[in-house]
Design a protein around this ligand. Structure first.
Ligand SMILES: Cc1cc2nc3c(=O)[nH]c(=O)nc-3n(C[C@H](O)[C@H](O)[C@H](O)COP(=O)(O)OP(=O)(O)OC[C@H]3O[C@@H](n4cnc5c(N)ncnc54)[C@H](O)[C@@H]3O)c2cc1C
Ligand code: SF4
Length: 478
């Protein structure tokens, strides 16, 4: 190792400074600040190029992390941006929303040695933002058009990633979405304080510059038959997400003041996109809000409720903090912004008076050893209490919501509604209908942006391979 390999001893892990809490809770701006160029290079220098880049393996798209960190150290911004895009079609977005503590940064050798991981996510975000700002764009000058056409259903991260890769393979792409903007949950689920909507708009410009066509406000199945896509295109990619709300079936959930997480978040994003005032249903000024669930969606509801003026926000989760499914960073931000957490509590019912919510009945839980030594949750006898609430937000997660036309076209699903792909000798991400490919939340169940990006990328590779083979066969037959 050279002296340079020990820079982590001199330079502490320093992510960009977050906007102070007192300011950030007043609005919806992204809370993470920007690196100065020399700060990004300094943080990149902390990488010891350990030779076993576990960070790359834990990154679901297997980014070439040490290689682009080296380019950042050397000030080669555009080359770093180009290398990032080789593995990740949406690096500026993953850099913002990935739970890095569970992925790349959690696996960094420096983190294992208690020195603090390299700030991989923040650097990925900074490189892409800065390269775009300075005019860098993907270079498609050597791409040869194949004359093939693919329809992508869903402009979420899976669909966008697939579209990017198809264009790089010289395939024309039309992306259909029922929403008025691209992004899927990037636009209509994840709140702007985590991902500013201008970031998605910039990505739209970049993709359009690459030749991707967006056909928005079109619901496939309602406005255009799926059959028409099969007739008009050489292949179809389905990236329709997972939107079936997991219903905790709590008694009292029909009371006025009970919200499901996603409609609550979407309503707020929708009115922010239109620059509209807060509607009565979202006005939480002076109200006591209880959020049920400990995932990323729950954290987004917590922090949105704070910004909507709630007098208090309490997040109830049935296990302990270590077992929360959400990113530790988001739990930390929630706490900083004033959210109170109640761990080891399970909701039993929503209680009301005159049709409106007044409380949530909760019970304490404990872990006990169950059959075959597996830990199980048990209610603690006599521990039921009432938690005051004017508003309750249910954030228990999502299940796949496959469009009806899947079954009608022989696209097989598993018992929970996930699209099956890559089975029976098919190509990766190819469904039981050979012309149709799928990926993202509709195939995995509710998951992460970066995994949807991975699936879109790999599905595009399978589509390109299938179309290239078909071309060769046609040429041989001619
Ligand atoms: C509130 C919330 C917060 C989250 N926070 C994070 C986070 O911080 N980090 C992270 O990594 N992940 C997060 N996730 C998960 C992440 O957003 C998803 O895993 C990811 O968006 C899935 O991508 P996708 O492309 O499969 O689907 P989606 O993003 O859901 O996109 C699917 C698209 O398909 C469109 N569509 C569906 N059916 C049709 C049809 N018939 N016709 C036309 N269009 C159709 C939809 O309108 C939508 O635009 C969060 C999820 C939620 C709900
Ligand atoms: S894509 Fe996500 S997991 Fe991979 S390097 Fe970037 S922030 Fe880390």
């Amino acid at each position: 190792m050279s002296n340079k390999d020990f820079r982590f001893l001199e330079i502490p892990r320093t992510p960009p400074r977050a906007v102070p809490v007192t300011i950030r809770v007043l609005g919806y701006g992204e809370i993470s600040g920007d690196f100065a160029p020399e700060a990004a290079a300094g943080q990149a220098e902390r990488c010891i190029d350990c030779g076993n880049p576990y960070c790359e393996w834990e990154c679901p798209v297997h980014n070439y992390i040490p290689n682009w960190l080296k380019l950042v150290q050397d000030g080669r911004l555009f080359e770093a941006a180009t290398l990032m895009h080789e593995t990740n079609p949406l690096p500026e977005i993953c850099g913002r929303v990935c739970p890095q503590d569970r992925l790349c940064e959690g696996a960094c050798t420096l983190e294992q040695g208690d020195f603090g991981a390299v700030t991989i996510g923040s650097i990925e975000r900074w490189v892409t933002d800065e390269a775009f700002r300075q005019g860098w764009r993907p270079d498609l000058s050597s791409v040869r058009e194949t004359g093939r056409r693919v329809a992508v259903v869903g402009a979420g991260p899976a669909g966008l990633s697939c579209a990017d890769r198809l264009r790089r393979a010289g395939i024309a792409v039309d992306v259909f979405d029922r929403q008025r903007e691209i992004g899927g949950l990037l636009t209509f689920g994840i709140p702007p304080f985590k991902l500013d909507k201008s970031v998605v708009r910039t990505r739209r410009e970049v993709l359009e510059g690459m030749g991707v066509t967006f056909r928005l406000g079109i619901d496939i199945g309602r406005d255009i038959a799926f059959e028409t896509l099969l007739e008009d295109y050489d292949a179809v990619f389905i990236g329709t997400g997972a939107y079936r709300f997991v219903d905790g079936e709590l008694p009292g959930r029909e009371l006025d003041g009970v919200h499901d997480a996603l409609p609550f978040l979407i309503a707020n994003v929708d009115r922010l996109l239109d620059d509209a005032p807060v509607p009565a249903a979202l006005n939480l000024a002076g109200k006591h809000v209880v959020v049920l669930g400990g995932g990323d969606t729950g954290m987004d509801c917590n922090r949105t409720a704070i910004r909507l003026g709630a007098a208090s926000v309490t997040c109830v989760y049935r296990r302990d903090e270590a077992n929360m499914p959400g990113s530790k960073r988001e739990v930390g931000y929630s706490r900083e912004e004033g959210v109170r957490f109640l761990f080891h509590r399970q909701p039993l019912a929503v209680l009301g008076s005159e049709g409106k919510v007044r409380a949530v009945r909760i019970v304490s839980t404990e872990l006990v050893e169950g059959a075959h030594g597996r830990a199980q949750l048990r209610h603690v006898e006599g521990s039921e209490t009432e938690l005051r609430a004017d508003v309750v937000i249910q954030a228990f997660g999502f299940r796949p919501s496959p469009p009806a036309w899947c079954a009608e076209h022989g696209i097989a699903l598993d018992s929970s509604g996930r699209i099956l792909a890559g089975q029976h000798g098919r190509l990766p991400f190819q469904t039981d209908h050979p012309q149709v490919f799928a990926g993202g939340d509709n195939m995995r169940g509710a998951d992460l942006v970066v995994r949807a990006v991975h699936d879109g990328r790999e599905a595009a590779a399978s589509i390109a391979r299938m179309l290239a083979e078909a071309t060769v066969q046609a040429e041989c037959a001619a």
